[in-house]
Design a protein around this ligand. Structure first.
Ligand SMILES: [Zn+2]
Length: 230
């Protein structure tokens, strides 16, 4: 039966969203990525937005797997663009591969940064990544939830060349006002993109597609692992 009294769904105005990101104002948000560029690709717009809303944002990069000096410099430039603090979590001034670490070593490294920064939210890789070292970081981050309460989110799987990936966002961050910072932060990772002739516009496309889903110009999708609604 048709309800003739109701306007068509498309004509109904969407309720104005509440500024959820403000819950992290004056608090610390810890973003954990396996390598330089992972955070910028997945949540660069979200991190810049969090900083804009008054959060202290720590970008925890687990390790630099190759070309240490260049990739460290690129990571520093990107963090500066996004207005975030950069930490290289395994840093002896040299390269290190996550898969060469024991599980307990990786958990300890993430435990240490969670204890030190006392985050109100942690954003990290998700379980459906096809990069095995990204999944290792996700699993280690999962276990840090035993240390304290924080909201826990996973972000879109990363790739330099587009491939099919499983990811089902349950929450979206409107990044319409920070998309250009995101693209700029990605672009400084020249060793991964420009110098290899790889375009970065797919990350704008993904943000545009996510934005269409929620009715804004650009958005980043997150899966929600744990979140307290109060
Ligand atoms: Zn990576």
């Amino acid at each position: 039966m048709t309800d003739l009294a109701s306007p068509p769904l498309a004509a109904r105005p969407a309720p104005a969203p509440q500024p959820t990101m403000a819950r992290y104002k004056d608090r610390t948000v810890l973003a954990i990525g396996a390598h330089p560029d992972d955070l910028e690709l997945a949540i660069g717009g979200t991190l810049a937005k969090l900083r804009n809303t008054g959060a202290r944002v720590v970008m925890g990069v687990v390790s630099i797997p190759s070309d240490y000096e260049t990739r460290r410099r690129e990571a520093e430039q990107a963090a500066e663009i996004l207005g975030c603090e950069l930490r290289i979590l395994v840093d002896g001034g040299t390269t290190k591969r996550i898969e060469d670490m024991k599980t307990y070593e990786l958990v300890k490294i993430l435990d240490d940064v969670v204890r030190e920064t006392a985050p109100s939210a942690v954003l990290t890789h998700g379980p459906s990544e096809f990069h095995r070292d990204h999944v290792l970081v996700y699993n280690a981050a999962l276990s840090t939830q035993r240390l304290r309460y924080f909201d826990f989110f996973s972000y879109h799987p990363n790739f330099c060349r587009p491939v099919p990936v499983q990811f089902h966002p349950r929450a979206y961050v409107d990044i319409s006002d920070t998309i250009e910072e995101k693209m700029e932060a990605i672009a400084v990772h020249r060793s991964q993109f420009g110098d290899r002739g790889l375009p970065i516009d797919i990350y704008r496309d993904i943000a545009r597609m996510n934005g269409r889903i929620v009715g804004v110009q650009y958005a980043e999708g997150l899966d929600v692992g744990r979140m307290l609604l109060a």
